[in-house]
Design a protein around this ligand. Structure first.
Ligand code: 8YV
Length: 319
């Protein structure tokens, strides 16, 4: 293929061979230089952006730098870092990578839940420290037996978590904007869900609508035996309120895969014994990350071939 048939594309974020190799035949790939700019004359040629990871904001100001931008293909299902509403209003397509990571993230959520409820990382650290030789690890206050679990955000990933939990024999409730046709108890408000359940799992997508959704009032409603799990976005939980709730034993424990200012985790959380902290690894297996990379590439190739994007987000057109 002649270079002239190729579309100029700006690649942002970490290098991923599956993406660069997948795009090389049909796109001329550019990167920003160390000062964050492109050689003059190139900006107006850019028609596509491949956002290969990270959560740096991609706002209107940035998109405006590329007057002929038509599509942004993003790596990941969450796109709270992209101003998709503005993009949609300006005819720019945004694609994400749904479905291919659903089961992986749901697996991680269950792992994090079990680790938090049964203090498995703490018990493992206890063994490694040689303390088992002195006495057995203390019995955990919490258990999944006879407990009720509430899911905030019963979308693809929330539903996959719920399906797994059915096998654990817990009572399941959820809160969503709309009631779904599922055999779980619906709570019209997050507060009523928090009051009803022992364990709250947050699977919300982030963005202004869900910012600090879980505040101190919600944590108080969860109560002193309550456990909070967050696998969605850090910003959905008021981190300062969570730290206060854990310190004052307003809730019992928390398991977190996401934080407000990643990769920075508040020192207070790092020092607490009643939290399990993961470095945002929900989808982080090679297999799943490869599937996400392939879907990003397929979106761009399908668009380039005039067939429209495969997985456009709801705010933007497909072609
Ligand atoms: C990734 C995620 O960490 O898909 C998402 O929304 O949060 C994760 O799967 C992220 O997209 C990688 O940058």
């Amino acid at each position: 293929m002649e270079p002239s048939d190729k579309t100029h594309l700006l690649l942002l974020g970490p290098d991923k061979p599956l993406i660069t190799e997948g795009l090389a035949q049909r796109f001329i790939i550019h990167r920003l230089d160390s000062s964050g700019t492109l050689a003059s004359g190139i900006t107006s040629s850019i028609r596509a952006i491949a956002l290969c990871g990270g959560h740096d904001p991609l706002n209107a100001e940035f998109m405006l730098r590329f007057p002929n931008l038509e599509i942004i293909a993003s790596f990941g299902v969450g796109y709270d870092h992209i101003d998709a509403t503005w993009a949609g209003e300006h005819g720019i397509i945004v694609t994400n990578t749904p479905d291919v990571l659903t089961e992986e993230v749901a697996d991680t959520a269950l792992g994090l839940l079990l680790c938090t409820v049964r203090e498995l990382p703490q018990a493992e650290r206890y063994l490694r420290a040689g303390k088992w030789l002195e006495k057995p690890y203390p019995l955990t206050c919490s258990s999944l037996r006879g407990r009720s679990v509430g899911i905030v955000g019963l979308g693809r990933i929330g539903s996959a978590i719920a399906r797994r939990l059915e096998g654990f024999g817990v009572s399941l409730s959820y809160h969503n904007r709309n009631k779904r046709d599922v055999p779980y108890i619906y709570q019209a408000s997050l507060l009523s869900l928090a009051r009803e359940v022992d364990i709250l799992i947050v699977v919300t997508p982030g963005g202004p609508e869900t910012s600090s959704l879980v505040n101190f009032e919600i944590l108080e409603a969860l109560g002193p035996c309550g456990i909070l799990i967050n696998i969605g976005r850090g910003a959905s939980v008021d981190e300062a309120a969570l730290i206060r709730a854990l310190k004052t034993k307003t809730i019992l424990a928390a398991g977190l895969d996401v934080f407000n200012d990643e990769p920075h985790v508040p020192k207070e959380l790092l020092e607490m014994g009643n939290v399990v902290l993961l470095p945002h690894v929900g989808s982080a297996s090679m297999e799943t990350r490869d599937a996400m990379a392939r879907l990003l590439v397929d979106n761009l190739l399908s668009w380039k071939n005039g067939k429209g994007a495969l997985t456009p987000v709801k705010e933007t057109p497909a072609s």
